[in-house]
Design a protein around this ligand. Structure first.
Ligand SMILES: C/C=C/C(=O)SCCNC(=O)CCNC(=O)[C@H](O)C(C)(C)COP(=O)(O)OP(=O)(O)OC[C@H]1O[C@@H](n2cnc3c(N)ncnc32)[C@H](O)[C@@H]1OP(=O)(O)O
Length: 251
């Protein structure tokens, strides 16, 4: 268990909270492992009927820890981030997310796997993969065009500009925009509402919603992973990640 991911079960909802404020909740391999453990436990326990993933009321996550990218020294297969992405794809209970402040990289793409997504007014989404010499992950090269149409998806994934919560709502990426104060209580309430509904009907409905894209999503995720880890070992990406780290931390 990572000290940066906390777990709490309330009224049938497992709340996974990302808590590394000093680094804008950037995700390390330990944190991905803790998130995967949380989802796997939730899947096994009948008393958990929905999962809420959240950061704080002012920051969701700045995405993958950039230093962590530089220190990857094991085959992708064994990496917790890869296990987390596969687990996300197969997760069999309702998944709700509450995003505020930074929602960068995987902080945006993981939302595409959630059933309900709520965002605070100040949320800044960004998919800066190409800036880092990388490619889309988490099945986003399939899910994003399906959700917002090819032209907008291409713009977001190729140019990598940040966009706000209002734009995300207009594009159909999220359910609702709330104030920072309202966000976490409202997301919890919605998760608890789902958890209180007849479980078999919720699970079967969710399966029906997801089933048509399941195989294609799995294929896309695996193709992206191959491409992503090839890119990560390229000179272009190493240079870009070093520059990004310098920009955010001065290192
Ligand atoms: C498979 C997954 C792939 C991906 O997720 S790719 C995406 C990778 N993520 C990024 O490229 C985001 C990089 N971060 C930023 O662009 C900015 O930050 C933000 C827009 C998220 C926030 O900006 P601001 O509020 O001004 O904060 P700040 O001063 O830049 O950072 C505060 C502290 O947080 C650390 N930090 C921020 N993001 C990361 C990160 N992604 N990895 C590691 N550290 C990060 C900094 O270094 C610094 O910390 P210190 O004060 O100790 O230097």
């Amino acid at each position: 268990m990572s000290k940066h991911i906390t777990q709490q079960v309330t009224k049938g909802v497992l709340i996974l909270t990302i808590n590394r404020p000093e680094k804008r909740n950037a995700l390390t391999q330990d944190m991905y492992q803790a998130l995967t453990d949380g989802l796997e436990q939730a899947s096994k326990h009948d008393d958990v009927r929905a999962v809420l993933i959240q950061g704080s009321s002012s920051c969701f996550t700045a995405g993958n820890d950039l230093k962590d990218f530089q220190s990857i020294d094991q085959p992708p297969e064994k990496l917790p981030v890869v296990q987390f992405l596969r687990c996300l794809l197969d997760f069999d209970k309702p998944l709700i997310a509450a995003a505020a402040g930074a929602a960068v990289g995987i902080g945006t793409t993981l939302l595409l796997h959630c059933d309900l997504v709520y965002a605070a007014e100040d949320t800044r989404f960004q998919l800066p993969f190409t800036h880092l010499g990388l490619v889309p992950e988490a099945g986003s090269s399939l899910l994003l065009p399906q959700l917002v149409g090819y032209p907008r998806a291409a713009e977001l994934l190729l140019l990598g500009d940040a966009f706000d919560a209002k734009t995300a709502k207009q594009m159909g990426m999220i359910n609702q925009v709330l104030t920072n104060k309202e966000l976490l209580p409202f997301a919890k309430q919605q998760a608890q509402r789902i958890a209180a509904l007849p479980t078999e009907a919720i699970d079967a409905s969710r399966k029906l919603l997801r089933q048509p894209r399941r195989k294609a999503l799995r294929r896309t995720l695996e193709a992206e992973l191959t491409c992503f880890f090839n890119a990560l070992s390229s000179k272009e990406s190493k240079r870009a990640i070093k520059a990004a780290l310098k920009r955010v931390s001065g290192d």
